[in-house]
Unconditional design. Structure first.
Length: 420
């Protein structure tokens, strides 16, 4: 690889040697220590590569052997510079660009923090600014040990700091006092009262109860009961009774139970019978670009007058571990024209697509703990669409939590007055 780079930097020629004494020509080059490579026989002679300096020594060998030498191809940096010798502005700009990248790579352009929970990035950046640490400073002026010591001294609840330079980034990792954070969270989360808020379980769909496993609260339904959406299934208010079985109060709980219900649900899925077929042309338009911040330098163009076309491309950021004030990236975009025609799906393809979607739907139900008891879904074909339509009978968990409406405890006198 290194040899190829040296050859390209110095420049080389690909030549064709013909004549009756081509072998003597090769021997003469060996005697004069002229380096040849990629030697291969071709119709009418030989082809090989030779350096520019070696080519200048061939004249006496050609005269002595009577061979004919023709230059087939010129390669390397000297020929490239000669070819574009009049484009001084381009090479000057390229040189300045490389110089600018080199100079910018010797500075810090991004400061990143990790592990900070109590202090925001802005707070820490403002502190570092007072210590003359900021984006744009020279990388050689960064004192990682000093930065770590300054942060620990200013913030006593930060117990560990590590600073390091990665390309043009200054990375600062922190570790705070976990015990203090836990105490703060405990103070924030401490409720003024330790009274639980009662909740009920209510039906979130219509169905028939098939199984009940109570955990907390009072179950108000039984197996075989028909329930509608919004009906109360389990109450979180457990009545407290005295010896006369009178309700003297309620214990508040968060109702919990596993309730399975038999539910009838509908299924419908639709797809178009027709699709747009794209026949792409061989002719394409391509654009290559170099992006530096808001400025873009493009080669080629994707401007076109195509009726139908698609565009695809990519963009890659240069200097992956470098962070500059401007984003530097390169990429390309390609416009591909095509002829559009309206085609109809085959019947088997339609059934395959709708069946695959339905199977995926059933798999999603099973992942949620739903059992399918009956399946009455069929595929119907209309003029423009195909529809999978029908109903499913499923066994599914039901019940959602809802805040309880607190019940009042009525005394015996109040009940007697209400009766009168």
């Amino acid at each position: 690889m290194l040899r190829k780079l040296v050859q390209y930097g110095k420049g080389y020629l690909k030549i064709h040697v013909s004549g009756y004494f081509a072998e003597r020509f090769l021997n003469g080059c060996s005697h004069k220590k002229i380096r040849l490579w990629d030697l291969k026989p071709v119709p009418g002679g030989y082809e090989m590569c030779i350096t520019i300096s070696g080519f200048r020594k061939l004249k006496p060998i050609i005269r002595k052997t009577g061979t004919k030498v023709v230059i087939v191809k010129r390669s390397g940096l000297p020929f490239l510079l000669f070819k574009y010798r009049k484009r001084r502005l381009f090479f000057t700009g390229s040189l300045l660009f490389v110089l600018l990248i080199f100079l910018m790579s010797r500075h810090i352009w991004s400061i990143e923090f990790s592990g900070n929970q109590s202090y925001t990035d802005d707070t820490l950046l403002k502190f570092l600014l007072t210590k003359d640490v900021h984006a744009g400073m020279a990388g050689s002026d960064v004192d990682c040990a000093g930065i770590a010591a300054d942060i620990r001294e200013a913030y006593h609840d930060i117990v560990w700091v590590s600073a390091s330079v990665d390309g043009t980034r200054l990375k600062i990792r922190l570790k705070e006092n976990d015990d203090r954070l836990l105490d703060d969270d405990k103070d924030k989360n401490e409720a003024p009262e330790n009274t639980p808020t009662p909740t009920d379980l209510v039906a979130d769909m219509n169905g028939t109860i098939r199984a009940i496993t109570p955990r907390e609260g009072v179950v108000l339904v039984q197996e075989g009961s028909e329930v509608k959406k919004g009906d109360l299934l389990v109450s979180g208010q457990v009545p407290v009774r005295n010896d006369q079985q009178e309700v003297t109060g309620y214990q508040y709980h968060q109702a919990d139970a596993q309730i399975l219900a038999e539910v009838s649900t509908s299924y419908q899925d639709e797809m178009d019978l027709f699709y747009i077929k794209k026949d792409y042309d061989l002719v394409k338009k391509r654009e290559v670009f170099l992006q530096v911040g808001p400025w873009r330098l493009t080669f080629g163009s994707i401007r076109n007058s195509y009726d139908y076309w698609t565009m695809e491309g990519y963009e890659k950021e240069l200097f992956g571990n470098m962070h500059f004030p401007w984003k530097v990236s390169y990429g390309s975009r390609t416009a591909s024209p095509y002829h559009a025609s309206r085609e109809k799906y085959a019947t088997e393809r339609i059934r395959q697509v709708l069946s695959t979607r339905f199977e995926r739907y059933k798999e999603d139900l099973e992942k949620k703990g739903v059992e399918i008891i009956e399946n009455d879904v069929k595929i119907y074909t209309e003029s423009e669409t195909a529809v999978a339509d029908g109903r499913l009978l499923i066994l599914t968990p039901i019940g959602v939590s809802r805040p309880s409406q607190l019940l009042e405890v009525r005394t015996a006198e109040e009940e007697n007055e209400a009766g009168e």
